[in-house]
Design a protein around this ligand. Structure first.
Ligand code: DHB
Ligand code: FE
Length: 281
């Protein structure tokens, strides 16, 4: 069976793509953010995952307000990057892992998560940036994208997202393959891009959330979506991606988790950036 080796939760912000393109990693504004990644890259160089299951939220690119699935799983051979165009160079398509996609889709439907299946799917910065940050030179992994709606209400609850992530973890662990799989949660942490509270950041909540993933991953499921928006901002609810990611690790079989590395830096653009890598040991 396939092996779930661990997880990486990271923020995604379009400006990161611009900073990479301009080689600004050592610039004083960017350094505290980019410095979080080398220890995680070192771990991945040794652990060598073959496949990434990427929990991410689309930003109105592949899904718009006319059609907005709560959960959608990609089953494409490749995923073309078509970001919303904040000056980011076009990245090459990301390769899909269709066998695992269909196994995840079948498992989720069996477990009564009635997801949307996408045999074509454009991806945005939420998918491409974590891959570029973890593998700056060339991307060695195939992906299975799992999209969670954080754009148009009603949004799924943290409790539901955790359960969905758990079912994805069960699918990974029951996949008849000798491949190694990493799960990524791409989003958050606290940020609000618009409205009266634009710029809202909640460091205390973010740090408590990150700590809870090690010791008590269901802590966040006590909060409703509206409470999470209140605490973390309208876009801070992207932390649901981390909730799904952690749910996947909780699926049967993980005896313990080792924290590989974490980082937290405020702000990049309007966002409190979090980074956390956990190894399933
Ligand atoms: C920003 C953050 C996001 O999560 C996003 O999708 C777009 C922009 C920002 O802080 O600029
Ligand atoms: Fe976002």
């Amino acid at each position: 069976m396939a092996k779930l080796i661990g997880s990486v939760g990271t923020s995604h912000i379009p400006a990161i793509g611009g900073a990479i393109a301009k080689n600004l990693q050592q610039d004083p504004y960017w350094k505290p953010f980019f410095d979080g990644f080398p220890p995680i890259r070192d771990w991945l160089d040794t652990a060598r995952p073959d496949v990434v299951v990427m929990f991410y939220n689309d930003h109105g690119l592949n899904f718009f307000l006319d059609k907005m699935p709560t959960f959608a799983v990609g089953a494409a051979q490749q995923y073309n990057s078509a970001d919303e165009g904040w000056g980011i160079p076009t990245l090459p398509p990301v390769q899909g892992q269709q066998d695992l996609s269909w196994h995840v889709i079948n498992t989720l439907i069996e477990r009564e998560f009635d997801i949307v299946t996408c045999q074509e799917m454009l991806v945005d910065h939420a998918v491409t940036l974590p891959l570029k940050l973890l593998w700056p030179d060339s991307c060695p992994v195939q992906i299975v994208p799992v999209c969670i709606n954080t754009v148009q209400f009603p949004l799924p609850s943290a409790r539901r997202v955790y359960a969905m992530g758990r079912a994805v973890g069960e699918a990974i662990r029951s996949w008849d393959s000798d491949k190694k799989v990493l799960v990524i949660g791409s989003g958050g942490l606290s940020h609000q891009l618009d409205g009266e509270r634009a710029g809202h950041i909640n460091k205390a909540f973010d740090l408590q959330f990150m700590n809870s993933l090690l010791t008590n991953p269901e802590w966040v499921t006590q909060y409703s979506i509206h409470e999470l928006v209140e605490k973390t901002g309208t876009q801070g609810v992207e932390l649901l991606m981390w909730v799904a990611m952690r749910g996947a690790l909780s699926a049967g079989g993980t005896s313990s988790l080792r924290k590989v590395h974490s980082n937290y830096h405020i702000p990049i653009s309007n966002t409190a950036t979090g980074l956390l890598a956990l190894e399933a040991v």
